[in-house]
Design a protein around this ligand. Structure first.
Ligand code: G3P
Length: 218
């Protein structure tokens, strides 16, 4: 299972990359705005910086909502760096844009996916990744993990090549459950990645080892 960081914060991306577990980055307009990155030139520069930090795929989301705008923007984003994956929302125009870009061999990440039907359409259109949002489904009392299981099963049944990129990850159990479900990728906020690291017995155990070492060497 690949680990992506869901962030546009360069320090967080660097730190996650230094852990040696990072396979890529996803961003969205909200995450870019959170970092104060505005204006197309600054956004492009920021994507370049992200691509310099990591080796893997970097999802860059279009802002346009119409087909022509999406493909224009998608082609410009893809020109930034070969690592760029164009993130396109699951809409009618989005689907058309995904098919167009797939035919041009530009990889896409179909985002804002909340149902199995949407995931099937994304795969049929040739999306490289599909991004079902677990946390936002959980937020409305719908089990987001069930969606991940269903998509993985259906993609396996029909040997769809689209990779399941579980998004809107809110806590470590989402990551573990995605691994059990067979999701290809999880994209997580930095604090959720680091939360996987910690265990109180590790801390207690280390403290005891070091205390015993100090006793033996005093
Ligand atoms: O990048 C899309 C997704 O991961 C957003 O997560 O926490 O805003 O629902 P969240």
């Amino acid at each position: 299972m690949k680990f992506f960081i869901d962030s546009a914060n360069l320090d967080e991306i660097k730190e996650a990359n230094e852990l040696g577990i990072l396979d890529g980055v996803t961003t969205n307009p909200s995450l870019m705005a959170k970092e104060g990155i505005t204006g197309s030139q600054n956004i492009i520069k920021h994507y370049k910086k992200i691509c310099e930090i990591v080796d893997g795929d970097v999802s860059a989301e279009v802002i346009s909502t119409d087909y022509k705008g999406m493909i224009y923007e998608g082609e410009r984003l893809a020109d930034i760096d070969p690592q760029i994956v164009v993130k396109i929302p699951m809409t009618k125009d989005g689907l058309k844009a995904i098919s167009y870009l797939a035919a041009k061999e530009i990889p896409t990440n179909c985002t804002l996916v909340f149902s199995v039907g949407q995931a099937i359409l994304a795969a049929k259109a040739g999306a490289y990744y599909v991004s079902p949002f677990i946390g936002r489904l959980d937020d409305i009392s719908t089990n987001g993990m069930i969606l991940i299981h269903q998509i993985v099963n259906i993609y396996t049944n029909f040997m769809f090549e689209t990779e399941v990129l579980a998004a809107s990850i809110r806590h470590p159990m989402h990551i573990i459950n995605c691994a059990e479900a067979g999701a290809d990728v999880v994209t997580c906020p930095y604090h959720v990645i680091t939360a996987l690291l910690h265990h109180p017995l590790t801390d207690i155990g280390l403290e005891k080892f070091l205390a015993d070492y100090r006793k033996g060497n005093s």
